[in-house]
Design a protein. Structure first.
Length: 209
């Protein structure tokens, strides 16, 4: 590999790592600086509660959401993942076989948004979108509304495939010139709000320690 190829590869990985960092922060539901089963518990409980799901419906959604977390993110219930470990895994899988990594992300987000689409109408309205973000610890509704608008809803609805495709692009595309609505949404403020919360918690934790 010559210097130009090496430079291009470096820039590509820097761009992808930036996006994977944003994704990691979005998965740290309780904002404690790591991804663990505690994030699974909080996200699935909040999702069922906010949707007012009861009985078998609530149990089924919780089981499906846990299954998604374990298969695509944690890989086991007792595992904790640091940011460095997350970036290493994403980078290794991407560089080993981009097509295989893209296929994994395609399956990942199809499964996730099928769970989130509780009424199975293959579209997401604003209230469903807000609840999904709140379940993952994003409490600033104004920022979430802006994120929804970036996806160009028609008659108040976004086709499920459009949301899925936007997340596939966010996690796999190495083209910095291509419009990326999920990346833009996070950079508009969603991840900034999460980062500030995380930074405050770290400061408090360090002072207490």
């Amino acid at each position: 590999m010559d210097e130009r190829d090496l430079s291009t590869t470096t820039r590509t990985m820097e761009f992808l790592n930036h996006k994977w960092k944003l994704w990691y922060k979005s998965l740290d539901v309780n904002h404690d600086g790591k991804i663990s089963f505690a994030d699974v518990e909080e996200s699935r409980s909040k999702f069922a509660e906010l949707h007012k799901l009861l009985g078998d419906k609530a149990s089924g959604v919780k089981i499906d959401m846990e299954g998604w977390w374990i298969k695509y993110i944690l890989q086991s219930k007792d595992r904790e993942i640091s940011l460095e470990q997350f970036l290493e895994r994403c980078g290794s899988e991407y560089q080993a076989d981009k097509a295989k990594y893209t296929a994994k992300m395609t399956e990942c987000f199809n499964v996730l948004f099928d769970v989130i689409d509780t009424n199975k109408d293959r579209s997401i309205e604003l209230s469903e979108y807000i609840i999904a973000f709140q379940a993952f610890g994003h409490e600033n509704e104004n920022l979430v509304r802006k994120s929804f608008e970036l996806l160009n809803p028609k008659d108040g609805l976004i086709p499920l495939k459009d949301i899925v495709n936007s997340w596939i692009q966010f996690t796999t595309s190495d083209d910095p010139h291509k419009k990326d609505v999920v990346k833009e949404s996070f950079e508009e403020g969603v991840s900034t709000a999460l980062s500030r919360t995380f930074e405050v918690q770290l400061i408090v934790r360090n002072k207490c320690g």
